[in-house]
Design a protein around this ligand. Structure first.
Ligand code: ADP
Ligand code: MG
Length: 312
């Protein structure tokens, strides 16, 4: 069996004016030639600091945004050339969970309706009683009891709202869930509960996940494999323990140190015009002259790849 998802050399650039009055436009290489595969039942953690292109990549994979180039193959179908009917069928099989459940849930709908909507839309249950039963089952599977059926989003805590958002995503029985910083807006004490819910979900189904986070500690907990993104490029990808215990890329090493609390990470990566060379050149402690003029390719075996001239 091939992979559930293949992302092949996907690129998404934005043309933006630096200021309101700028004449010239600047190219932001939000996603710059990203490739990876995801197997059935596998969880891929995508890490990188703010601005590295994680959300853009997630949106491209789910066709919420059209990549400039590249290919995305899901369930053996090439998404960028698939017809409307096929896309609708595949949409049911891939769902997203956003960072902020408050803005992703309709404030005028009760939990019952929020979850029933995708159940009905995708024909997951027929007739009132069946839909009702399915909604109850989904709610229980995310750790909420029936009292929540009648609640509106504003009547719940952040963690409860995120449980509802997760339930809504699972309602269509997706093969793939992409979670984009799903615990970043929650209190630290609640984060662990939601991470545990994701672990539960993984254990009771064959679901594949892409778990996006700037927090390495969370990604480490959940992922089978890790992809490290920097300025829109994959700088390292591999089996979780390979990447964590034997990181090759200087940026990955820095991220791991930062996650251990050595120092705080700068808030935003400057994702502007890139030099010809390695995207990490400016910050790299190990840079050599070669790195300034030439960008390293991602090389290695299936278990561990890195884009760095002097990583080995
Ligand atoms: P992350 O999720 O890792 O924080 P994003 O994918 O949100 O990163 O953003 C990557 C880069 O692309 C950033 O520099 C961001 O400002 C830019 N970007 C994202 N979306 C747009 C857009 N719609 N228009 C212009 N620039 C964008
Ligand atoms: Mg983001």
């Amino acid at each position: 069996m091939g992979p559930l998802l293949s992302v092949l050399d996907v690129r998404k650039h934005y043309e933006v004016r630096r200021t309101l009055f700028s004449v010239t436009k600047e190219t932001i290489r939000a996603v710059d030639g990203v490739s990876f595969h995801l197997g059935v039942g596998e969880t891929l953690g995508v890490v990188g600091e703010s601005g590295s292109g994680k959300s853009t990549l997630a949106r491209c994979v789910l066709l919420l945004e059209r990549p400039d180039s590249g290919e995305i193959v899901f369930d053996n179908v090439s998404l960028l050339t698939a017809g409307g009917e096929e896309v609708k069928r595949l949409r049911r099989r891939m769902q997203i969970i956003f960072q902020d459940p408050y803005s992703s849930l309709n404030p005028r709908m009760k939990v019952r309706e929020i979850i029933a909507e995708p159940v009905r839309f995708h024909g997951m249950a027929k007739g009132r009683a069946d839909v009702e039963a399915r909604v109850g089952e989904i709610l229980r599977s995310v750790g909420l009891d029936e009292d929540f059926l009648r609640k509106y989003p504003h009547e719940m805590s952040g963690g409860q709202r995120q449980r509802v958002a997760i339930g809504r995503a699972l309602a269509t029985e997706p093969a793939l869930v992409i979670a984009d910083e799903p615990v970043s807006s929650l209190d630290v004490s609640i984060q662990a509960q939601i991470v545990n819910l994701f672990l539960d979900i993984r254990e009771r189904s064959e679901i594949s996940m892409v778990f996006v986070s700037h927090d390495l500690n969370i990604v480490r907990f959940l992922s089978d494999r890790i992809l490290v993104l920097y300025k829109g490029k994959v700088v390292e990808i591999g089996a979780r323990d390979e990447v964590f215990l034997n990181p090759f890329h200087p940026y990955t090493r820095m991220l791991i140190r930062a996650s251990q609390g050595d120092f705080a990470l700068r808030e935003e990566a400057t994702n502007g015009a890139l030099p010809l060379g390695c995207p990490y050149y400016d910050k790299c402690e190990d840079r050599k002259r070669k790195c300034a003029g030439e960008a390293p390719e991602l090389t290695g075996d299936e278990d561990h790849k890195v884009a760095c001239f002097h990583a080995f």
